[in-house]
Design a protein around this ligand. Sequence first.
Ligand SMILES: [Cu+2]
Length: 374
Amino acid sequence: MKSTSATKFSVLAAATFAAAHGIVSDIKFDNDWYTSSLVYQDPYANPVPERITWSFFGSGNGPVADFTTKDIVCNGNAKAAALVADVKAGATATFYWTVWPESHKGPVMTYLANCGDDCRTVDPSTLSYFKIDHAGYENGEWISDKIIANNNSYSLTIPEDIAPGNYIIRHELLALHSAYDELGAQFYPMCANIKISGSGTANPAGVTFPGTYKKDDAGILVNIYNGLTSYQIPGPEPYKSGSGSSTSDNAADAVSSSSSAAKTPVASTSAVEKSAASSTAAVEKPAASSTSAVEKPAAPATSAAAAKTTAAAATTTAAAAAKTDVSTLNLSQKINKCLDDINIAIAKAQSKNGGAIDFSKIEAGRTQCYQMTA
Ligand SMILES: [Cu+2]
């Protein structure tokens, strides 16, 4: 039974690659690291790891199929996360993406929604989401390109005056390479449970998902290849701490907060140490075993290393990817690096030839990654 469902996942994963390209692998709130729900790894682990991030097993790393449906809230097949991250109001949140193709130009947006008693028992499509940060196209540069340059990471500030409580933080990238077609805009949303502490009192008004993003919004039905001079980020303006309501010019803050975080390379060893600490202390419920081979504590560091490695062709095998010096990595880091190398190779090949990739070889390469033993 188990192997049957695993096989189905594998086939689905291979099929999804063609149109798909990234998930958040790790989240950092100040110095606490959390491994995010890993759509290609967690379903196979026994036990399935508990995360702060809502899972979307079976939906791959692709965009939501139709952003006017409930899939837009926390991605397709979203299931509640078991854990909750303790986060101070005013904290810096950093989201690390596995890989992001250069072709996928577009904005980044992040929202909060108050869940009341417990985010683990709510239907996220019933909540009210206020935007806390966004960035799009500034001075001729897409934020997606800055994210790629910043170790696939994006940082923002949790507003300092937000009232304490249980919140879903909803973070997403939007890829606009096909947005000239109706429903061609590609949203990549994810949700995580956080418990905000502090002495704030702000409860900003929000919007609902689905419903906020319309098929013909200026920032959603848009041709980015036509001499674009400005871009209107979808959804409301971000709430700005201290304003008591939404304001209209937070873009500069968003860009500066992202660059300040991303310019600091993440040290491999400290990432591992912090991850280990957070898996026991920072979560409300005891984390599941952190010794599983599929845990991904240091993805930001390893993907940074991988990004500097010249990627081979899209048909890179695990063995070829392993040629990079991995002597200082532990087993789970090596596995992650192996997977990252494949992701990077896929992204490179797709920007060159539009996606003519042998997916059976990619799946074989991933399988080899998981079989690494030292
Ligand atoms: Cu894609």
